[in-house]
Design a protein around this ligand. Structure first.
Ligand SMILES: Nc1ncnc2c1ncn2[C@@H]1O[C@H](COP(=O)(O)OP(=O)(O)O)[C@@H](O)[C@H]1O
Ligand SMILES: [Mg+2]
Length: 268
């Protein structure tokens, strides 16, 4: 299938780029069995790289996490996925080097870009992605600039002859407003621009801020573990559903594999 370059991207800061990069990389790697790497290009914050370092310390110092990491390693027979920080302006060149040096073939490389896409080298890297997923909030100003960003990139993707693999998704959705407002936006504003919106969306929830802490029972946002279903029980966060939907876009064989598994399960 070849390595696919993916970014949860936006010209806006604080919309969930880094959060969803981590959540998705972890679920695809630890749960779905894909080989994944993350390249953190958000100089100088490097928020994912720093999260990885924080977590490493937690895992070394807290027995329950240590044990969890150990048993995960034994079960999966693979170490945590690498998180690289890229300071070079030649981001695609950096990725190329990562690919060349690696002994494994990555299925997906996730790129976390800065919140402001005002420099040429970031635009160039974004244009080099195979897939873009763009978080969007139902706030007029955010929407206007996000749609402009998505539309411009979609035109650029088409112009460079590659498929228009750009998907918007709603984040921080206010439950009270879901349906009317969001559907209105979808139909009246987004569809006419020929942009696509994912079916799954995420509510605004304090869960997204939760990193691994003292309590190993409810891991959610982690670079070492996949989000646990128990962590979002009773909420409308459906990361599993979102991931399944995303996989139907980024992996053309995924549906079939799902079906095969079902057939096998039924045959047993
Ligand atoms: N659905 C959500 N509900 C509530 N908070 C969220 C949600 N998604 C992300 N956040 C929070 O918003 C903040 C910004 O997210 P982050 O992923 O760092 O954004 P970005 O990388 O786009 O700047 C973080 O504190 C994160 O926990
Ligand atoms: Mg970020």
């Amino acid at each position: 299938m070849g390595t696919k370059l993916i970014s949860i991207s936006s010209q806006k800061g604080g919309v969930g780029k880094s959060t969803f990069t981590t959540l998705l990389a972890s679920i695809l790697y630890y749960e779905k069995g894909f080989n994944v790497a993350v390249i953190d290009c958000d100089y100088p914050q490097f928020s994912i790289k720093k999260q990885r370092e924080r977590e490493k310390k937690q895992i070394m110092s807290i027995a329950s996490f240590n044990q969890m990491a150990q048993s995960q390693f034994e079960r999966l027979q693979k170490k945590p996925y690498p998180v690289f920080s890229c300071e070079s302006p030649d981001i695609l060149g950096f990725a190329e080097e990562v690919l060349n040096k690696s002994s494994v073939t990555y299925d997906y490389i996730f790129f976390d870009f800065p919140g402001t896409v005002n420099s040429e080298h970031i635009v160039k890297a974004i244009k080099g992605m195979d897939y873009l997923f763009i978080p969007m909030e139902a706030e007029r100003k955010v929407m206007e600039s996000t749609l402009e960003f998505a539309f411009t990139l979609s035109e650029l993707f088409k112009k460079s002859g590659k498929s228009d693999n750009i998907y918007l998704f709603w984040n921080k959705v206010d439950k009270r407003e879901k349906n009317n407002l969001y559907e209105k936006y979808d139909i009246e504003v987004i569809k006419p621009l020929k942009l696509r919106v994912m079916e799954h969306y995420f509510p605004a929830s304090s869960k997204f801020k939760k990193e691994i802490e003292e309590d190993a029972r409810f891991v959610f946002n982690s670079t070492f573990f996949p989000a646990m279903k128990a962590a979002t029980k009773g909420t409308s966060i459906n990361l599993e559903g979102f991931t399944e939907e995303l996989l139907t876009y980024i992996d053309s064989t995924y549906d079939k594999r799902g079906l095969q598994e079902k057939v096998l399960e039924e045959a047993v």
